[in-house]
Design a protein around this ligand. Structure first.
Ligand code: PMP
Length: 306
């Protein structure tokens, strides 16, 4: 689905017209994948649009930059404000938000340190990433032949633009084989995560998810699910998972800002089936929480109008 254009994009402290949000073709990040970014969503609430866990996302953005020795010219508070302003001026009730820190035009070569650091924030309305049908009935997953990068190649904890070539390779492979989404194993052969989502399985009433050391991103939805599962009285354990653990799961689901919470219907054609009760309850609670409808989780929604 093409990006749905809105009015303005925030670039380095000012709002520019959507069509003028362009950069030089010799920008460093375009050549070497040296940017860091975030994916965030804003949802309609009773008090207007609110961004889900905005400050946590921008903190992670700053941490991604720190891992790459990028000095960000805007503080966390300034980028939080930039996101709110971008959502406000574009008059969108619900949207996806893409902050990006990129190295601009200045120098070429593999040393990124002398390059100028630029920051942009865009938002646009974006429906369910893996489809409404997927959210209701689950998606068909394929274990990729591509491995997640080892943490000593590119830190998977950082949302680095170049890292996503790995995700794209896996995604395309899965789509071309007729599946909805891919699961990546790490170089040791354990399950790490999906192309842009964390993964969970349920076995005998316990929820399992791979540890960050397996190469999974410290997902904000993953963290929200941890809290929700605990509050629902479910036990959640971080453990290395084998592909066979996915094949024999009672329930399974993936989590991510773009995808939200999506049940897994099958893995490599081994059926898991319709979403199970624990998956449904977590999903239901999450969908209420993001719209500010759960008292206990109201601190997660950050309103754009004060
Ligand atoms: N893993 C990867 C590789 C991702 O890109 C994302 C999306 N940011 C996630 C997991 C899920 O993270 P979050 O819940 O913070 O969106």
């Amino acid at each position: 689905m093409p990006i749905q254009k809105v009015e303005k994009i925030w670039m380095d402290g000012r709002l520019v017209d959507w069509d003028d949000a362009t950069i030089h073709v010799l920008s460093h990040t375009l050549h070497y994948g040296s940017g860091v970014f975030e994916g965030i969503r804003a949802y309609a609430t009773a008090d207007g649009p609110a961004v889900f866990r905005l400050t946590d996302h921008i903190r992670r953005l700053h941490e991604s930059a720190r891992m790459l020795l990028i000095e960000v010219p805007f503080s966390v508070a300034q980028i939080v404000e930039a996101v709110k302003e971008t959502v406000r001026v574009n008059n969108v009730e619900e949207c996806y938000i893409r902050p990006l820190i990129y190295l601009g035009y200045g120098e070429m070569g593999l040393n990124p340190l002398p390059c100028p650091v630029n920051v942009s924030v865009a938002c646009w309305p974006w429906g369910t990433y893996l489809g409404d049908e997927g959210i209701r009935h689950g998606v068909r997953m394929k274990i990729s032949s591509w491995r997640r990068q080892d943490p000593n190649m590119i830190p998977p904890a950082a949302k680095v633009t170049g890292l996503y070539v790995n995700s794209s390779l896996a995604k395309v492979e899965a789509l071309k084989a007729g599946y909805d989404e891919a699961i990546l194993l790490n170089t040791a052969g354990y399950v790490s995560e999906c192309t842009g989502e964390n993964i969970f399985v349920v076995k005998d009433g316990t929820i399992y998810t791979p540890p960050l050391a397996a190469g999974a991103l410290d997902g904000i939805t993953r963290d929200s699910v941890r809290t929700i599962a605990g509050d629902l009285g479910y036990q959640l354990v971080e453990a290395n998972l084998l592909r066979s653990d996915l094949y024999i799961a009672d329930e399974a689901f993936l989590t991510g800002t773009a995808a939200e919470i999506v049940p897994i219907r099958s893995v490599d054609d081994r059926m898991i089936g319709e979403p199970g009760e624990m998956t449904r309850k977590i999903q239901e609670t999450y969908f209420a929480a993001i719209r500010g409808q759960v008292e206990a989780y109201k601190g997660w929604v950050e309103h754009v109008r004060t």
